[in-house]
Design a protein around this ligand. Structure first.
Ligand code: MN
Length: 228
């Protein structure tokens, strides 16, 4: 194939225990998936109407690289989240079909320009400028689903400069992974390579230049990095 400009690189994530990488197609994110976080944002959880938004695949920050402090904000927030990587897809999936599409798990930060999000909410504008900016998706190496077990007791947590900021178990999620994938598959035809950020617990707060963060999905994945 000839292209009129150089072909953009394929976004990808490292895989624990492998030299091969996971190629990333799209990044979907669910909002308000922990009740206490919804409350801290002044929002309510709608059990029957999960809310989604997207980030571009090239917003990923991988391999422990520094996260540059973004332009156009004075209130960069962390949201620690489990990240699910899909090895297959489909439309209108059943829960069983959805479960079978999960290739692996990681942990990431849904970085948010909270000041721009507040403006977007007030004006009923889309969230893209608050959520889908460059370097807004630091993610750990992935672990194949076959190599780990996650369950309601699996801990998701974030430390910043050694102090605990966020902590919850996956059992506290309003929508579990199959429910999220089923709902997404009724809106989009899911495909291999898609990532899904599965929502953040309470405790979101600002990151400053120089902060060091450690995000953990206990027993599965760790992401350590620095805001540059
Ligand atoms: Mn989030």
């Amino acid at each position: 194939m000839n292209y009129v400009i150089p072909q953009p690189p394929v976004a990808s994530l490292p895989v624990i225990g492998s030299d091969a990488r996971f190629p990333v197609r799209r990044i979907f994110c669910i909002g308000r998936n922990f009740a206490e976080h919804a409350r801290e944002m002044g929002a309510t959880v709608e059990k029957d109407a999960p809310m989604f938004f997207c980030k571009p695949a090239d917003a990923l920050v991988t391999d422990g690289a520094d996260v540059p402090y973004p332009q156009a904000t004075a209130d960069l927030h962390h949201e620690v989240e489990m990240v699910v990587a899909l090895g297959g897809g489909g439309r209108d999936l059943t829960a069983e079909q959805a479960r079978a599409q999960v290739w692996g798990y990681g942990v990431g930060l849904d970085l948010t320009r909270r000041d721009l999000q507040a403006v977007a909410k007030a004006k009923s504008h889309p969230w893209d400028v608050a959520k889908a900016f460059d370097h807004s998706a630091p993610v750990s190496a992935l672990v194949p689903a076959a190599a780990v077990t996650i369950g309601p007791d699996t801990v998701l947590q974030l430390d910043v400069n050694g102090a605990r900021r966020q902590h919850a178990t996956l059992g506290e999620m309003v929508h579990d992974v199959p429910e999220i994938l089923c709902a997404l598959s009724r809106l989009f035809e899911l495909k291999a390579g898609d990532l899904v950020f599965t929502g953040t617990p309470a405790g979101v707060a600002a990151l400053q230049r120089g902060d060091r963060f450690r995000a953990e999905l206990a027993g599965v994945a760790v992401l350590e990095g620095r805001v540059a």
